[in-house]
Write a protein that binds this ligand. Structure first.
Ligand code: DGL
Length: 269
């Protein structure tokens, strides 16, 4: 048993899609979440900048004595090997491996699409891990940068013309390849599931990188006997690096509701 909080971070609100799933799976766990809102997006930055920002995010979570660090950001997860040392003894997991394993299990025709940020696609992180599992898979990846600001502003539903426009624009080549499985490799993207399913057709299985990371975290805590002993609802604390009021508004737009959590501005210096 371990009553320390789970630490989760992302560049902005996207990682809250992982937090929602963590709360569903393990309602008694405390969670400390950091959204680096002063510097979102990460997905348009260079590798060095992403590594340096992630190092500061991890140091912040370490100060909160977290028992596990979840990189709820596809962009940072794509450079996970370069930031692992920063975590010291604290176990760390990103979204890439859990999503890749789920996609590999789901595909029937061996054709898998990946959508993520430009930085994630550039690293080839998802493709590489998929090919390690099976080098005969047909894989197609596409950077979808415009979906990040749309998600940050709550424009994610099928009734929303910009969400439909960018979904079609980004997914047309993937659709033409007849994939049967699509990895939503950026944690901002699970909120587009309805619009993406509508465009791709119900036969295409969507893999939420956020949900897969949360399921992986639950299994790991169970396996290592590190679950919280508390029987009451866990405490959720959200931190952001820009205005807390703005973050609260964006959280509401992104989740479509208020979240029962304290929200505070923090400094990473
Ligand atoms: N949510 C992030 C990801 O999963 C990044 C979005 C961004 O900051 O560009 O990649």
């Amino acid at each position: 048993m371990n009553d320390a909080p789970i630490g989760v971070f992302d560049s902005g609100v996207g990682g809250l899609s992982c937090v929602e799933e963590l709360i569903r799976l393990m309602p008694n766990e405390d969670i400390v979440y950091l959204g680096d809102t002063a510097r979102v997006p990460y997905g348009t930055r260079s590798r060095d900048t992403i590594i340096s920002y992630a190092g500061e995010d991890i140091s912040f979570l370490k100060k909160h004595k977290v028992k596990m660090i979840l990189v709820a950001c596809g962009t940072v997860s794509s450079v996970l090997e370069s930031i692992k040392d920063e975590c010291g003894d604290i176990p760390v997991s990103g979204v890439v491996m859990p999503a890749v394993r789920a996609a590999y299990e789901a595909t029937q025709n061996g054709r898998i699409g990946i959508i993520a940020t430009g930085a994630s696609i550039k690293t080839g992180s998802y493709d590489r891990k998929l090919r390690e599992l099976d080098d005969k898979l047909a894989i197609i990846g596409k950077a979808c940068p415009m979906l990040v600001p749309l998600a940050e502003n709550g424009y994610t539903s099928p009734d929303c013309p910009p969400a439909r426009f960018f979904t079609e624009e980004y997914l047309k080549d993937i659709k033409a390849m007849n994939v049967d499985t699509l990895i939503l490799g950026c944690t901002h993207f699970p909120h587009f599931s309805d619009v993406i399913s509508e465009y791709m057709g119900g036969g295409v299985k969507l893999i939420s990188s956020s949900a897969e990371l949360a399921a992986h975290a639950a299994a790991e805590l169970e396996r290592c006997d590190q679950r919280s002993s508390k029987s009451s609802q866990g405490r959720i604390e959200l931190f952001c690096t820009d205005s807390a009021q703005l973050f609260a508004e964006n959280v509401r737009k992104f989740l479509g509701r208020d979240i029962n959590a304290g929200i505070s501005k923090c400094s990473l210096k």
